[in-house]
Design a protein around this ligand. Structure first.
Ligand code: PGA
Length: 266
């Protein structure tokens, strides 16, 4: 079985114009076509439709979604609208959004809305400080933190998934109905002194997440990715492990050469 990885570009609030976005998407498409790995771009909302008409190998993601399904909600974008625009994946619970006040309850509703529309949520989880992750202080603290996030964010979600797709093949991360991105907040490049996690530590956490999903949520087919300062220099050190199903890439996805190397690193 080919161990395909899922590499997701989280462009955040970049670039500034549609023409730059389309150019970057075209270059990403070219790099993706030379790789067996699956590639997703999550651009800002206004660029989704125009990018969609220029890519086929690359799939589209959104960076957020409304927790409301429909009706009068100023400034909101529903899961159905995203689906109509050609989106397949939705990043939910990113630490940037949690920092602005997004709660576990809101995240849970967003996941449910996303699944109801037939889209795949990418739930971001991860602890705040390097100290809680330090083995000397006990990796337990970090695991407790992530377990709590998973428990609250995924309330009622497994029933929804298992009803819709009871026996999915796990042969490819793209076939997973739910994805988790383990992103320790201190490792995300916009944070001061950010450094990528140690691959072996991420591996331990990702195994822990998979075990939680299996034992508590009865989900055997959820893909789990690593995110936080992934670059072409370190991508392979994470993706070499069969348990790490892919990467969520921020800063490095804005440079097509650099992102191309990440896509082609395994
Ligand atoms: P980074 O961002 O790769 O720039 O660290 C990852 C993310 O925030 O999703």
């Amino acid at each position: 079985m080919v161990n395909k990885k899922l590499i997701i570009a989280n462009w955040k609030m970049h670039p500034d114009s549609e023409s730059e976005a389309v150019l970057l998407a075209k270059r990403t498409e070219k790099a993706a076509s030379k790789s067996k790995n699956e590639v997703v771009i999550a651009p800002p909302f206004p660029f989704i439709k125009s990018i969609k008409s220029h890519v086929s190998r690359v799939k589209l993601g959104a960076q957020d979604v409304s927790l409301e399904l429909q009706d009068a909600h100023t400034g909101e974008v529903s899961a159905e609208m995203l689906k109509d625009a050609g989106v397949e994946y939705v990043i939910i619970g990113h630490s940037d959004c949690r920092a602005l006040g997004e709660t576990d309850e809101m995240i849970n509703k967003k996941i449910q809305a996303t699944l109801k529309a037939g889209l795949k949520p990418i739930l971001c989880v991860g602890e705040h400080t390097r100290e809680t992750r330090d083995k000397r202080q006990g990796i337990r603290k970090a695991k407790d933190f992530v377990r709590e996030q998973l428990k609250n964010d995924l309330k009622g979600v497994s029933i929804l998934i298992n009803k819709k797709s009871p026996r999915r093949s796990a042969s490819s991360p793209r076939k997973s109905a739910l994805l988790i991105a383990y992103e320790p907040i201190w490792a995300i490049s916009t944070n001061k002194n950010a450094q990528p996690d140690k691959p072996e530590d991420s591996l331990e956490m990702i195994k822990f997440i998979k075990n939680f999903l299996l034992v508590t949520c009865h989900l055997s087919h959820a893909a789990v990715l690593y995110g936080g300062s992934v670059t072409s220099k370190n991508a392979k050190s994470f993706l070499q492990y069969k348990e790490i199903d892919g990467a969520l890439v921020g800063g490095a996805s804005l440079n097509a050469n650099e992102f191309g190397k990440i896509i082609q690193s395994t």
